[in-house]
Structure formats: C-alpha cells, structure tokens
Design a binder for this molecule. Sequence first.
Ligand SMILES: Nc1nc2c(c(=O)[nH]1)N[C@H]1C(S)=C(S)[C@@H](COP(=O)(O)OP(=O)(O)OC[C@H]3O[C@@H](n4cnc5c(N)ncnc54)[C@H](O)[C@@H]3O)O[C@H]1N2
Ligand code: MOO
Length: 629
Amino acid sequence: MRKTRLDNVPISEARERLLAAASLVPDVEEVSVTRSTGWMTAEPVFARFSMPAYPAAAMDGIAVKAVLTERASSESPILLMEGRDFDYINTGDPLPANRDAVIMIEHVREREEGLAEVRTAIPPWKHVRQAGEDVAAGEMIIPARHRIRPVDIGAMLAGGRTQVKVLKKPRGAIIPTGSEMVTPGTLPKRGQIIEFNGAVFASYLEEWGAEAVNRGIVPDDPEAIRQAVLDSVADCDFVILNAGSSAGTRDYTYQVLSELGDVLLHGVAARPGKPVVLAVVKGKPVLGLPGYPVSAYHSLDWFARPLIQTWYGEREGEGRRLTVRLSRSISGKLGAEDFIRLGVIYKEGEFWAFPLQRGAGVTMSLVKADALLRIPSQESGWEAGERVEVEGLRSPSEIARTLWLAGEDDPLLDRLASLFQQQHPGWSLRRLSGNGDNRSGGDWHGLVGVADRMRETFDPAGGVFFRLVEREWGWLTMPENRGRIFGGKGIPKADLGLIRPAAGSGLDDGLDRKYREAEELLEGRLRREPTLLKAAAAVASGTADVAVGTRTAAHPFGLSFIPAGILPLDLWLPNATLKTEGGGRLLSTLRSRAFQQAAEELPGYSTRSTGEKLEQSNEGVVSWDNQNQ
Ligand SMILES: Nc1nc2c(c(=O)[nH]1)N[C@H]1C(S)=C(S)[C@@H](COP(=O)(O)OP(=O)(O)OC[C@H]3O[C@@H](n4cnc5c(N)ncnc54)[C@H](O)[C@@H]3O)O[C@H]1N2
Ligand code: MOO
C-alpha cells in the first residue's frame, strides 16, 4: 500500500482536524511548591495563612498610640516617655499591644535617655503593615491554568502552601525509525545516518512543557513500527513517528497508521514539511513527521506545539516579530506555504534579510537562521527592497551586534568568529558562505579575499585592507592516488574529477595565474564546492579525485596535500564598518595574540603579517619557510 499521491491540506486546517480529533484530558498531580516553576496550576491556590500574620512595623522607629501626637507641631513639640508612651521598634517587628502607629526614627528627636520629641501629628496605622496586608488567609494567590513563576513561589510559601496541584505534563513518545539510523557518537558507515531528530524533538517537547519519551531507533519493519506505536499509545498522551512519511518503498508510516487507527490526512500544503501523516490511534494523536531535519522541525512546530498548548489550555503565542527589508527577491510556490530561513544583517539603521540555503536537509540553515519568513500560499514572493514581517529567532539587539563577512572561504575564519565572540561578549561574527563575487549585494560588513585581486575587480577606495594570514595552497587527493593524478604541466589528468575553488576567489585566480600555460587543461572542469572543507569532503567521499584547496582543509580528512604555492588572505573593511564599534572590535580580535596562536596551531598558515594594514599593492610572489612541510 505505497501511497504516492499526497493530500494538500493547509496547515491551519490540518491543525484544526488534529485538535478536534484528539481527546486531551490532562491528569493532575501534586508537586512541591519550591520546585514548581514552569508547571501549570490545575486549581486556584488559596492562602492558608495571612502574611504578615500580625500587625508589624513597616519602618524602623518608635511605636506609639497615634492619638498622643494629635497636638504635636514644630512650634509645640510633644515629649514622649519610653515604655509609657512609646517603644523602640524595627521594621518587621510585631506592633506591641496598645500601640497603633510607627514614627520613623528620622522624625524623632531623641532627648535625654528615655525621652523622645515629636514635632508632627501622625494618623493611626501610619507605617504599620496590617495582618494579611500582603496575603490574607483565604485569598487567591494564583488562579487555575497559571504557569508558575518564581515570584509565585514566594507568595505561595508566604501564604502557607508547600504543595501545589498542577497539570501533569503530557507524555510524548518519540519513535525514530529507519534501518539506516545509528546512535549518536557512532561513525556512520556508507548508507548510515546518525539519528538526531529524536533528540531535537525531545528537547523541543521539554521546552514546550511536555515529558519526552524517546523510544530509540526502530528499523524499517512494519511489524516493529506497529508494535512501537501500540506500546506508545498505551502509556503516552501523543506519539511522534519519524520518518518514513513520504513515498519511498520503505516508508511505512502511512500504512501502519491506517491499519492501526484513523488517518486524518497525509500531506500538508507547505514546503518544507509536506509529507506529514496525522492520525488517531486508540484515541491518541499520532504525528508522522518527515525525516529531513528542517521539515521535521517545522512540522513539529505546526502540530506538536499546539497539542501541548491545548493540553494546558493555552493559546498559541505570538512569535517574536521583526520587520526586515529583503536584500534579494524571494519567491514561493503558489498553493503552498513556504518557510524560509533568513540571515539578517543590521546596516546603517536597518535590518536586511537574505535567504539561507533552502534545502530541507540542511540542518545548519536552522542553526544559523536569524529569522523565519513565511510566504502564505496565495503569495508568490517579494521583490528585493520590500519590507516584510518575519519571526525573529535572535533578538534585534543580538542581530545588531553581529558582523557579517562575505567573500573567500577559509576554515581559519571560523576560528576568527569564535574568538571574536569570546573576546567581545554579546558580539558575533558570521560568514556568508559562497565566494568572492557577492560584493555587489552588500549583505556584509567586510569582504575576504586577496587584496591585489580585489583591487583589480572593484574600487576599494572607501575602505582599508588588512592581512589575515598567508596560506599554503595546492592539490588535495586521497593518499593512494598521490602518485598518479598528475599529467603533463603538473595539472591533474583530464579524465580525473577535479574540484576548483569558488569562482572569483583569490584561490581560483591563483590557480589560473600559476597554470596559465595549461589553461586549456583546466577549462571545462567546472565542478565547484562552496567551501574548502566541503571540497575536501567530496574528495574523501570519492565523488572527486582531486580538489584545489589548502593544507588546512586536507588535514581533517587525512588527504594528501601537494603544495602549489602561497597566497595571502586579506580582509577589506569599508570605512562604514571601520567607524562602527563592531568594526573596531573586529580589528582588535584580528590583531590579538590569540588569533595569531589559533592560526599557528593549524597547519599551512603564516602569521608574519597578520593584522597589518596593507597600504598599497604588494604585487609579487609571497614565500615563507613552511615548518609544517
Ligand atoms: N517521490 C517522492 N520522494 C519524496 C517526496 C515525495 O513527495 N515524493 N517527498 C520528499 C520530501 S518533501 C521529504 S521532507 C522527504 C521526507 O521523507 P520521509 O519522511 O519519508 O523520511 P525518510 O525518507 O525516512 O528520511 C529522509 C531523510 O531524513 C533524514 N532523517 C530521517 N530520520 C532522521 C532522524 N531520526 N535523525 C536524523 N535524520 C533523519 C535522513 O537524512 C533521511 O535521508 O521525502 C522526500 N522524498
Ligand atoms: O517536506 Mo519536504 O521537507 O518539502 O522537503
């Protein structure tokens, strides 16, 4: 029963169907007040005792009977005698019998021993906290369906409560399925995938107030999946089955759920996250969510979060809204809601947003997203420059303290970013993945590349170049291929798969210059990967024979590195960045000893001119003694 045509139900309608079909009846339990933060009250909480339990002084001073001060004035002060007319008293002390007011010590002139002069009349109960002023016995401290906060704990304890009745957390079972799944920490063999959606789901469920029960990996076997679902509906309030929700030959979610219960729908009108199966089995909602991590995250948010909110009688909260301008046009698909992860950059008083990678399998696009854009199903998208409202995933002030670098890739830039954040708490440095040719977009505060090359391709007059590092570049290949990749002129043989550096990068330019006479051999070999480490990963995985890259990039994969030369890597900071606080901070990190050390710890870098301001073109081949050779 492989189902290949999916439904196209709008998310909001799918959610309504789910909530209407699911019977959610929360149980009640009692927890200790001191550990009740975050729980939802099941009943109103009433005070057993009054707080304070007795009339008490609100100020340090003397306790008196107010009527004695009736005639006091600065012209005719009155004299009071300790013991007979007043007693010394401190804040919080019980008011003695036959006293009804407190005069602050600042307003008392202490005469000789035991005598006090008072110059103003005070009314009864002045500076007295009445019994129950804070909480009176029988008064409601917090209502039912109230999420307990630390301040509520204080009031409950003061009111004599030590236990509180709360709604039990809903138990959500998580069933990760897939014969290819291995547990985290295992080195995945070919065909294996580390199972991590389960842990992501569990963490979100807990954040949203549920108890998560991760049942562990279940293989792609309908019988095993059926059993896991039956076990889960028996002792949990809802179930999440992941993945196998689409149309593959081993996608059993739909089949199993339609046999065990009622399928409400298979497929929502949204991207990513389309192949969702919603069902009810033995009265319990079961969510069959797609496997791609981004789709999994979104569909969890659409369906599991509202289930939990409904359990607690809460309404869907408004996300953090942020208005941004789009720095590029963004299109969506008519008839489906599109969800797009955005990077947001703050420049000259405005938040500018641009799309991050759209693939549903790119977990890092969620890790890196600053905001989420929803394109409604009847909207085809927006033009560059338009203002749109998005859901902020980081606060505007965090975004405003984030610098973005574009241009050439190098793993050292990750170290720079990490150090920057470490040295300047509250600040961060991000990188636009890609190459040197996105300088026209302006979605950045600084540009990485080779200064001489950048000077040729754009007018750098409005900024300053700084040397980041000098790096060794060359050819990366599997050690066993080392001896047989090169043909004539030192260029890999024409029938080998070659990965070139990103188009327009200094490294690609270096390749062209060095092998000028062998240009025709390089021509037409156009596979490129966005970063040096991704290129090295492709060689290590066997989809390419050789990549142009750096010694550092070869290192984590154990690839052989055959040096071709040394190239600088520079940073151009426009004056608009240099005059900002962030620009100054970035420069200080670039020039810090810690950054130099970080570079020196990696193979293939020289830091002899790191941090230097580059005054003019220093044409010519760079060379240095490489101790890592
Ligand atoms: N012919 C069609 N193929 C696909 C369709 C379609 O409509 N027709 N839909 C695509 C879409 S859209 C999505 S989303 C995926 C959903 O696939 P499944 O839900 O069936 O998931 P799997 O195929 O089992 O896995 C996909 C992918 O997800 C990763 N994954 C799965 N589980 C986990 C986990 N627990 N932890 C980490 N990662 C996980 C894994 O990389 C899988 O390769 O289907 C498309 N195909
Ligand atoms: O749901 Mo799939 O995630 O559209 O990629």
